[in-house]
Design a protein around this ligand. Structure first.
Ligand code: PGA
Length: 248
């Protein structure tokens, strides 16, 4: 149960390689289903895909996307939502049709759902993934506490899309973008571990020296709820994509 590790000389080279793989997938299958992540880590992959769209004619207009997670308790159109960020950095500049984008955001027809409506919503998100034949390629990062998506420590291998309480470190890491810890949402909705593992390919990105210990623990750990990234090793087509600084 070992995970392939692709080590690149630089972060830029790693990002170009992952973007090239996604571009090849989309050229082969224009309505490919992409699983997407937010945060600092995947930004360069999105930028490179936007460049390929603009300079190389890569057509992403039919791609279907499913994002890993979204905060709860902020307004649907708030600029701090992951959806707003994705629209700004990727969907808009890459020409991705917003109707083809999906978030487990607890929002339907512009309205934030009540707590008791969420089970129906997260089941619909899972069914939407099934309805398009599953995710072809899922991008992932690794959080400081080993989380993938917002599957915080304690998440089980069998977990599905659900509302979760955010870990203290996750909220700390988001404090800057929310203008203070007290403004960071306490809960989010995340794709589950089992949902993620059903994607046909997983590309787990980790760049910079600060990620080296996380990469080491991910590669060394048996499947362990204390380190959710460890579950990814059981996947048949999972690759850890790192730059020199993050390699172990
Ligand atoms: P980062 O977050 O990309 O901002 O480092 C990683 C994660 O929490 O998955």
């Amino acid at each position: 149960m070992s995970m392939h590790v692709d080590v690149f000389e630089s972060r830029g080279a790693a990002e170009r390689a992952v973007a090239a793989e996604i571009a090849a997938l989309v050229r082969r299958r224009p309505d490919a289903v992409l699983g997407l992540a937010t945060g600092n880590t995947p930004t360069g992959v999105y930028a490179e895909l936007v460049r390929l769209h603009r300079e190389d004619g890569l057509d992403l207009s039919r791609v279907r996307t499913f994002n890993l997670d979204e905060y709860c308790g902020i307004a649907p159109r708030d600029p701090r939502t992951f959806r707003a960020w994705m629209e700004q950095v990727f969907f808009g500049p890459a020409g991705i049709a917003l109707a083809n984008t999906h978030f487990p955001d607890g929002v339907e027809h512009g309205r934030a759902l009540h707590l008791e409506e969420l089970p129906r919503h997260v089941e619909a998100f899972e069914r939407a993934i099934q309805a398009v034949g599953g995710i072809d390629l899922q991008l992932l990062g690794i959080g400081r506490n080993g989380h993938v998506g917002f599957n915080e420590p304690g998440s089980t291998r069998a977990s599905r899309t659900r509302r979760v309480e955010l870990h203290a470190w996750t909220r700390e890491d988001a404090a800057k973008s929310f203008g203070g810890l007290e403004h960071v949402p306490t809960h989010a909705i995340t794709m589950g571990v089992a949902t993620i593992l059903e994607a046909r390919a997983l590309r787990v990105l980790a760049f910079g020296a600060a990620k080296r210990a996380l990469v080491a623990r991910t590669l060394a750990s048996e499947p362990d709820p204390a380190w959710p990234a460890s579950y990814l090793r059981a996947h048949a087509d999972a690759r850890l994509v790192v730059d020199r600084d993050a390699s172990v």
